[in-house]
Design a protein around this ligand. Structure first.
Ligand code: CA
Length: 376
């Protein structure tokens, strides 16, 4: 325990002692006072486990839950501790949702497109090909009804989702051959999760789902021909530049994926209101912090990839992107028709995207075009 925490614990101990003394003076002997009840509630401690889908020590995605745990520990002066486990330490990456649903871990950290086996529409709460960017996604989740729909979707599993990170627009991925036309995608085995994977499949490729920890070896040994992961900062950390030559953009398949914190419903309900508020506030803080970190680090990492590792950055051809866009709408429509809730989720997502698109056309987009397009 560092000095700051030690002081906080001492302060809480003194406060509890004072309240206990005051409480003992006022009521009749044997009668519990409000102060006693308050003091008892404040000394309860909670020690949670958080399992993640991320490789150990992975920057940003993997360190975000660590930061979340730190914030909660500091804010609660040690009353609420969260121990973070990387993928495979307690459960494999793709068993995180089940672990939280069953309560073997109180929390998880991952991305909703990993749980398409539970509900195919879940992928929308991570990201949608040609869908919303990070700023728009956060607007939908927190002010456009998205989070309520997300909670409704996970409700039958006893799991409560919170937004807890976003990578911003990702890169399209790593290839060892050039992609000049749709022909080059035929039979191509690519690690690509979520709805984007289904789009690739329909375009003639073969989509493979695997957690981050398996990507390097799979690409190196030819289990897959290509892969997407995140962006320069995370991809450099995984070492993908050592086994692939071409780095394609834009990340049509993941324009602003929400990273989620999963909380076991009963565990969440067991928290006193102050600790619950700390947890929710910490998630919100980490949600923004991850985007800030990616924004700052990706640009530098891209320079390193190009200048020190000779990576060739390429743009996907327009006709390939246009075909992906058409197929994306098909995939979305078919994913949503399965049930009423799925359709409601897709309708809400599309309506929000439509409404912000018109606004962003004359603000964010118009501004960037202007800033970077004018001659000086
Ligand atoms: Ca990705």
């Amino acid at each position: 325990m560092d000095m700051r925490n030690a002081l906080r614990v001492m302060t809480v101990a003194v406060l509890v002692g004072t309240l206990g003394t005051l409480g003992a003076c006022a009521p009749e002997a044997g009668e519990p006072s409000a102060a006693d009840a308050g003091a008892a509630a404040e000394t309860r401690t909670f020690d949670w486990k958080l399992v993640t889908t991320w490789p150990k020590n992975l920057p940003a995605l993997g360190t975000a839950p660590e930061r979340l745990a730190e914030i909660v520990g500091e804010m609660s002066a040690g009353r609420f501790t969260i121990k973070v486990y990387a993928a495979g330490e307690l459960v494999p990456a793709f068993e995180v949702f089940d672990a939280v649903a069953e309560g073997s871990a109180e929390m998880g950290h991952g991305a909703a497109y990993y749980w398409r086996g539970k509900a195919p529409i879940a992928a929308i709460f991570a990201t949608v090909p040609f869908g919303m960017n990070a700023q728009e996604m956060n607007g939908w989740l927190h002010y456009g009804g998205g989070l309520e729909l997300w909670r409704e979707l996970y409700e039958p599993f006893g799991v409560v989702p919170l937004a807890a990170g976003n990578s911003g627009v990702q890169m399209a991925g790593w290839f060892n051959k050039e992609i000049n036309s749709l022909e080059d995608l035929q039979g191509l085995k690519m690690r690509i999760p979520g709805l984007g994977g289904e789009v690739l499949q329909r375009a003639g490729g073969v989509s493979v789902a695997m957690p981050g920890s398996e990507i390097f070896t799979s690409l190196q040994t030819g289990v897959i021909d290509a892969t997407e992961w995140v962006g320069p900062y995370n991809d450099l950390a995984l070492g993908l530049q050592e086994i692939a030559r071409y780095y394609y953009y834009p990340g049509w398949h993941e324009p602003g994926p929400a990273i989620e914190a999963l909380v076991n419903r009963e565990a969440l309900d067991s928290l006193p209101p102050d600790l619950r508020a700390m947890l929710e506030t910490a998630c919100r803080a980490v949600n923004q912090d991850m985007l800030d970190e990616f924004t700052a680090r990706n640009a530098a990492a891209l320079r390193t990839l190009v200048e020190e590792h000779g990576v060739e950055v390429r743009r996907l051809p327009d006709d390939v992107l246009a075909r992906f866009a058409v197929l994306s709408e098909e995939v979305l429509d078919e994913t949503a028709v399965t049930d009423e809730l799925s359709q409601r989720i897709l309708d809400s997502y599309r309506a929000f995207q439509e409404s912000v698109r018109d606004y962003h056309a004359i603000t964010e987009q118009a501004y960037l075009d202007t800033r970077d397009g004018v001659d000086r």
